[in-house]
Design a protein around this ligand. Structure first.
Ligand code: BF8
Ligand code: SF4
Length: 642
């Protein structure tokens, strides 16, 4: 095992560094330590290991040395493309399940079985109209039920394509997928079909497998991301600009601290509600009140709609426990490290799982259903209050730093901000700035942090390079946390921008009563990448071009989860270049690498040729920014812009 590196090699976040030192002193391992101990297998990291049947595992040796076919005769291209499809399916099923749960909850709510109140009737009407459901004369409950049933059809129908794809896809992209025979029928059917084609003896044509992966990307985008966002906006309200705080300093010594970690906001919203209701109870045990803080994407969801502060992102999710001042960490699903329980067991912190299909041994389980949402949230908050007195004062150490940031930039909110500059034609100021070159293009910085990479460094470095070169950044997921922590989501961040971008952000900001808009606009959680797709579709419609023609790209510099690969596939299908900064585990097949990463003139079948976007794998953020800029400039030339 390597010696433990200095903590400042593991993360840019000084609060996380402080707690990593504390954890080491207390003999506690975190994900950063486990990443150092865990060597990476060369076969697995290039995608050439197949474990799909009991004839194997089979692995294809690099450079033609050793066996070049699995026992069944599968070659390296088949094995790598099947493994890639497998990863994308995992991401898709996470997002589709998220959307389905919200649709199901909406039905329970309007049938009076679940204690929530529909918050956004304007969004409800607009989604209903988009789905072709007449609104006139219907009450809210009736309309919610119809919309929710339309959503559930996307998990049941046996012909046609997803209602949510028809609702949101750009017409030109839609036609392209239709011609290629890639339109998904229903989410569950496609997930099952994807697994069926991936199994031993299924699809063995690597090009066909990769096309099947694109269909999975469409399921992810429409029956996962878009559906989740739309239904959550209807239920909890569409985000509006909020000011908040980031970093571990948001944990308060005098308060009962509860962190929510996960993705589906049904529970997290209720925890906030019950924390407010039980604030006085906390005072009875000597606390000043209750402080709910967010981690990962549940953090983003609560931040976007409620302005709840955010402690940290994925890679350092164990560290809030190490403050010794966290009474409960409540989790639902996705990106929840099982290692949380080992760390929690060293403190008074109670790790509370809530879903019947996502438990962690050793953790407390408080079962959450929408029908019993109030009882579960109340029990969780009361448990946290009880735990306050179990703190060990000698173990408390809370980093002081906090950073202020703005979030809540839904498409509706961005359009509203632009309307302050041009009420009659809100997109015009943005489009004029792109045409004039003040804004060269836009990049969506999305996704994760990964304990194998120095936390936040690659997200922040890439954003800095881009804004310096007048590229507007929008962000979601854990990368949004990185940018917020380092000042890129506050108006002061414009000092890092090139002159053109700074001028535009300052003008729009001032029209809205701010010194400037932040150079990175926080658009939400990972499912909220749908908002980014909607913005691109609106721009493409405005300019009467395809999404693939726009001078934009997506980037996930610190990728860790298969969900990020699913989201990336969705954007590739729309013709948007996608950068990843972590090995996507496909490099063992030259064919797969060429299909995904070559330009259309360099290889017969590429995603660039079929859809207009390609995968860029580059670990160095500065070099990645150069490649992204080159591609953006190429797309500008295609539009006749300098
Ligand atoms: O859905 S950004 S580390 S928490 S996968 Fe996970 Fe990645 Fe964070 Fe959110 Ni998204
Ligand atoms: Fe080996 Fe083929 Fe089985 Fe994979 S499917 S483990 S390559 S025999």
């Amino acid at each position: 095992m390597r010696n433990k590196p200095d903590v400042n090699e593991l993360t840019m976040d000084t609060g996380v560094q402080q707690l990593l030192v504390k954890a080491r002193e207390e003999g506690i391992d975190t994900a950063f330590d486990r990443a150092i101990k865990m060597s990476q297998c060369g076969f697995g990291s290039t995608g050439v290991c197949c474990r799909l049947c009991l004839e194997g595992p089979c692995r294809i040796a690099p450079n033609g040395k050793g066996p070049q076919l699995g026992v069944c005769g599968a070659n390296v291209d088949t094995i790598v493309s099947r493994n890639f499809l497998n990863a994308v399916i995992q991401g898709v099923s996470s997002h589709a399940e998220h959307a389905r749960e919200i649709a199901h909850a909406l039905i329970e709510i309007v049938e009076d079985k679940a204690p929530y109140v529909i918050q956004d009737q304007a969004k409800l009407n607009s989604i209903a109209r988009g789905l072709g459901t007449p609104c006139d004369g219907k009450d809210v409950n009736e309309l919610v039920k119809e919309v929710a049933h339309k959503a559930l059809e996307d998990f049941q129908k046996q012909s046609g394509t997803l209602n949510w794809l028809k609702l949101h896809a750009h017409e030109k992209s839609y036609k392209n997928w239709q011609q290629l025979g890639l339109l998904p029928v229903n989410a569950h059917l496609e997930i099952a079909k994807g697994i069926a084609r991936m199994v031993m003896g299924g699809d063995a044509d690597p090009a066909n497998l990769l096309l099947g992966t694109i269909t999975m990307g469409l399921v992810d985008g429409y029956a996962g991301l878009h559906m989740s966002t739309d239904l959550q906006d209807i239920l909890f309200g569409s985000p509006r600009t909020v000011k908040t705080q980031y970093r571990l300093g948001v944990i308060k010594k005098e308060k009962v601290n509860i962190s929510v970690n996960g993705h589906i906001p049904l529970l997290a919203e209720k925890v906030v509600e019950w924390a407010n209701k039980l604030n006085e109870e906390a005072k009875k045990v000597g606390a000043e009140g209750i402080n709910v803080i967010g981690v990962c994407c549940s953090g983003n969801e609560l931040l976007m709609r409620k302005g709840i502060s955010v402690a940290t992102n994925y890679a350092s999710q164990e560290l809030p426990i190490v403050t010794g001042a966290l009474e409960a960490m409540v989790v639902d699903i996705q990106c929840i490290m099982p290692g949380l329980q080992q760390v929690a067991s060293c403190y008074h912190t109670e790790l509370i799982t809530t879903l019947p299909y996502a438990k962690i041994s050793g953790a407390t389980h408080v079962e959450f259903t929408t029908e019993t949402a109030d009882e579960a949230a109340k029990e969780i908050v009361l448990r946290a209050i009880d735990n306050f007195e179990k703190r060990d004062p000698n173990k408390i150490d809370i980093p002081e730093e906090v950073t202020e940031a703005y979030a809540g930039f839904s498409v509706e909110q961005i359009i509203e901000a632009l309307s302050s500059v041009n009420a009659g034609d809100p997109l015009k100021p943005l489009v004029d700035a792109i045409a004039g070159g003040e804004i060269v293009g836009a990049v969506a910085l999305v996704g994760c942090t990964n304990p194998r990479k120095k936390q936040d460094k690659y997200n922040v470095e890439l954003a800095m390079e881009l804004i310096k070169n007048n590229v507007l950044v929008v962000a979601t997921g854990c990368s949004a946390h990185s940018l917020a922590k380092f000042g890129l989501m506050s108006p002061e961040g414009v000092k890092y921008c090139g002159d053109g971008l700074r001028g535009v952000l300052t003008a729009i900001g001032q029209a809205n009563g701010l010194p400037a808009l932040p150079p990175a606009l926080h658009m939400g959680s990972c499912v909220d990448n749908s908002r980014i797709a909607d913005l691109l579709t609106a721009l493409a419609n405005y300019l009467n071009v395809s999404v693939k023609d726009l001078p934009v790209a997506g980037s996930c510099p610190e990728t860790h989860h298969p969900k990020a690969l699913a989201i990336g596939t969705f954007f590739l299908a729309n013709g948007v270049d996608v950068h990843v900064g972590v090995n996507p585990q496909v490099t063992g097949s030259e064919f797969v690498v060429n299909v995904l990463t070559s330009s259309k003139q360099d290889f017969p079948v590429t995603t660039d040729g079929l859809f207009g976007g390609k995968l860029i794998y580059e670990e160095d953020s500065v070099k990645a920014a150069e490649t992204i800029l080159d591609r953006i400039k190429k797309k500008r030339r295609g539009l006749g812009l300098r």
